[in-house]
Ligand binder design. Structure first.
Ligand code: NDP
Length: 453
């Protein structure tokens, strides 16, 4: 059967079997279509039904979480762990606590994670998990109660050689601490079952910074390939969480000018560069909204979200050389891509997972804007998580510099793999195709080697 017919049939099947799971469909569509050149030259993938197999999670656990709020009332949320693919190593992928979490979002993130993890060159399979719990407005005590209740079910399904979750949106060092404490209480084992741990109890140096730093290292490699550097480049960043903050920090190190950040309520534009110290205090210590930043720093401009009702986002309408979408999925729309193009943006480097909508991506490709897909550009986080697992296994702790050097090398290798694969398949610089084919090939070959399991 010709590969294009096969891809169409499978996508039709995904649509029928996963009603309402739009993000999952979007992710499978992007990956499957980009695999066509590979499927045309290596018939084994169709012969062994790899496409049919790879789009179905090996296991999905959905569970109820009951927890007591501060008023003594029982609250209920839904928890998920999608263990998507373990062909190249134990499941690995973050936990997201956000009210928008549902099965479709978990499956899209888990699916993307398979290829991202393969690209790191490390032995980790793909997974994702989380809950529709909203940490915003909850007391510290309520967050702890929720994390304990969540882990009371999750612990049955994870383990240091089986599945090692980490953080993601809404899950940072505090939540990982509460989750780890409960795992230890339930199992009696102090083991590296989670990554993103505190430095004094098994965490890795540079893990907190890794996704943001890695994203910037990736951008630098990409620019270098075309004889450019980050120095002096004006960079628009969205988000103001873990990934955005450490993207901004590393951009300053590289001599670039990070001119923006955002959250779900609005955007900060600061022409001469974001005040990183103020941002960290507001977001990492006080967990406040960016409206607060605007009151602290009067040199900035605060643009509330409601200013762009036609579907665009203020952050992408700023004049910039490079865009770092680092908040959430589908946050960069066609309206935004057109604005970036008009303003002369030369590279879009995805720090978040699938932040670019399908039509925006098509426009970016058509107009030859350099584009670094999230599964390659933001892989520094999971790669450093794997370094945390290695340190835990040998009871060691490497210095910040040691881990940072390894991270830099890993990001350089990921870029090289994605770029070289794009050259191999006659689409030089198309890193969507390069990253998808390189990640898929590694996983698919392992699936073939391991037989019908
Ligand atoms: P955080 O929770 O630390 O920060 C998320 C940021 O994005 C916040 O500023 C948040 O604003 C904003 N945001 C979230 N949802 C929305 C929304 N629906 N609309 C507008 N803004 C939104 O998460 P991370 O920084 O860890 O993650 C950001 C992205 O990077 C995600 O796509 C994640 O999957 C991806 N990623 C993260 C990794 C990591 O190591 N942390 C690794 C690889 C990818 P507000 O506070 O107002 O909600």
């Amino acid at each position: 059967m010709p590969s294009s017919k096969k891809i169409k049939d499978i996508l039709k099947h995904v649509k029928e079997c996963s009603p309402g799971q739009d993000e999952f469909y979007q992710a499978t569509q992007e990956v499957l279509y980009s695999l066509k050149p590979l499927l045309d030259i290596d018939k084994r993938y169709i012969e062994y039904n790899i496409l049919e197999r790879i789009i179905v999670p090996e296991r999905t656990v959905i569970f109820r979480i009951n927890w007591l709020d501060d008023a003594g009332k029982i609250q209920t949320n839904v928890g998920y762990r999608v263990q998507f693919n373990s062909s190249i190593g134990p499941y690995k992928g973050g936990l997201r606590f956000h009210p928008t979490v549902n099965l479709g979002i978990m499956k899209f993130l888990g699916f993307e994670q398979i290829f991202k993890n393969a690209l790191t060159g490390l032995q980790i399979g793909g997974a994702k998990g989380g809950s529709n719990f909203d940490p915003k407005g909850k007391s510290d005590n309520e967050i702890m109660k929720f994390c304990q209740a969540f882990m009371s079910e999750l612990y049955k399904h994870i383990g240091k050689h089986k599945d090692v979750p980490a953080g993601d949106i809404g899950v940072g060092a505090r939540e990982i601490g509460y989750l780890f404490g409960q795992y230890k209480r339930l199992t009696g084992e102090f083991e590296g079952v989670l990554t993103g741990k505190g430095l004094s109890w098994g965490g890795s140096n540079t893990r907190k910074q890794a996704t943001g730093y890695g994203s910037v290292y990736f951008a630098e490699n990409f620019l270098n390939r075309y004889n450019m550097t980050l120095k002096g480049k004006r960079c628009a960043i969205s988000g103001s969480g873990n990934v955005a903050i450490y993207t901004i920090e590393k951009l300053y190190d590289m001599g670039a000018i990070p001119i923006s950040c955002s959250d779900s309520k609005g955007t900060i534009y600061q022409k001469d560069g974001i005040d990183l110290k103020a941002l960290k205090v507001i977001k990492e210590i006080h967990h406040q909204s960016l409206e607060e930043y605007a009151t602290v720093d009067c040199k900035c401009q605060y643009i509330p979200v409601s200013k762009y009702p036609e579907g665009g986002h203020a952050v992408w309408h700023l004049e910039c050389d490079i865009a770092f979408p680092s908040a959430t999925q589908n946050e960069l729309t066609l309206v935004d891509a057109k604005a970036l193009h008009k303003n002369g943006c030369l590279l879009i480097n995805e720090g978040a997972n699938m932040p670019t909508t399908e039509d925006a991506l098509a426009f970016i490709k058509e107009n030859k804007i350099l584009f670094a897909p999230g599964k390659a550009a933001n892989a520094g986080g999971v790669a450093t998580s794997q370094l945390e697992m290695s340190q835990n296994a040998s009871m060691a702790q490497w210095s910040f510099e040691e881990v940072d050097i390894k991270l830099r090398t890993i990001m350089q290798n990921i870029f090289k793999t994605a770029y070289d694969t794009s050259v191999e398949f006659d689409c030089e610089g198309d890193l969507v195709t390069g990253a998808n084919i390189a990640g898929f090939r590694k996983v698919a070959n392992s699936m073939i080697d391991q037989g019908a399991v």
